[in-house]
Design a protein around this ligand. Sequence first.
Ligand code: TRP
Ligand code: SF4
Length: 326
Amino acid sequence: MSNRVLSGMQPSGHLHLGNLLGALENWKALQDQYQCFFFVADWHALSTNYADTSRIKEYTQGLLIDWLAAGIDPARSTVFVQSSVPDHAILHLLLSMIVPVAWLERNPTYKEKQEEIKEKDLSTYGFLGYPVLQAADILLYKPDFVPVGKDQLPHLELTRELARRFNNLYQPVFPEPKEHLTQFPKVTGTDGRKMSKSYHNTINLSDSEPEIRKKLKTMVTDPARVRRTDKGNPEVCPVYDFHKIFSSQTVQEQVNQDCRTAAIGCIDCKKLVADVIVERLAPSWETRADLMAKSDYVQDIIHEGKQKASIVAHETMQDVKEAMKI
Ligand code: TRP
Ligand code: SF4
């Protein structure tokens, strides 16, 4: 049997180009080589949104559609929703009995997120235990690799520590999963900062062609290029960052030269970028339209995913219960 991969995402709104290049392209490539499990972490979304749960279902559905439209292939990968496999909650409970609170309190993302999200009361048990639920998500499937961004490394380390603690206390059940880091550099948003939903500077996978063209039109450029005749510096221009990602080598070199001599204006330069982004996303728009029209089909996929995931999760839970003698 080939090696196993597992990863998840929280349902928190539309995916953007940063998510596509950072995570999804990586997941897609892994599908060719590994037995993959990808799930929507809807219970994790409760940790910060417990006071307003109204959008979680809608976002869960939207995230699944984003994945499928981007090329996550349910014929090869198991795609499911966390809350449809109750074993995640059971293993979370059992792991919560053995995790020292100090491990959770010293987790850097715990304090950082609490500082960052000041408007919500995150002094809850569930928020502190976020990484324990994540450890349960992971360990249930005994994956060899967990594709994640750098920000998730502390959670993965804690997962391994918990696996070791369980194996030592009872019997060896859990192999220690390794991270599979995404190589892609951070994608710049339309305002020149890192592309992120919280900055409102994203280009979403579900944006329409006119929306993308409009966002590009108002995108910031080299601030020194005020007039059309001013010479520019592509190295400080976020539009050029997009060229580096999406345009051919030839176009990149041409733009680089023409920007420095003011042979090309920003309006035309942005149009070139809009064209390649549209070209890149267009195939997924067709799939998306199909999926939106066939909601039964999406339901079938997550039902099948739930069944496939449950079989694996259940086997692990048998081992866990035997090891713990419960
Ligand atoms: N914490 C992850 C994130 O915010 C989401 C997640 C939940 C996850 N459970 C997981 C990722 C298990 C990998 C494996 O991105
Ligand atoms: Fe940026 Fe292109 Fe304008 Fe140069 S021409 S400043 S690369 S948008």
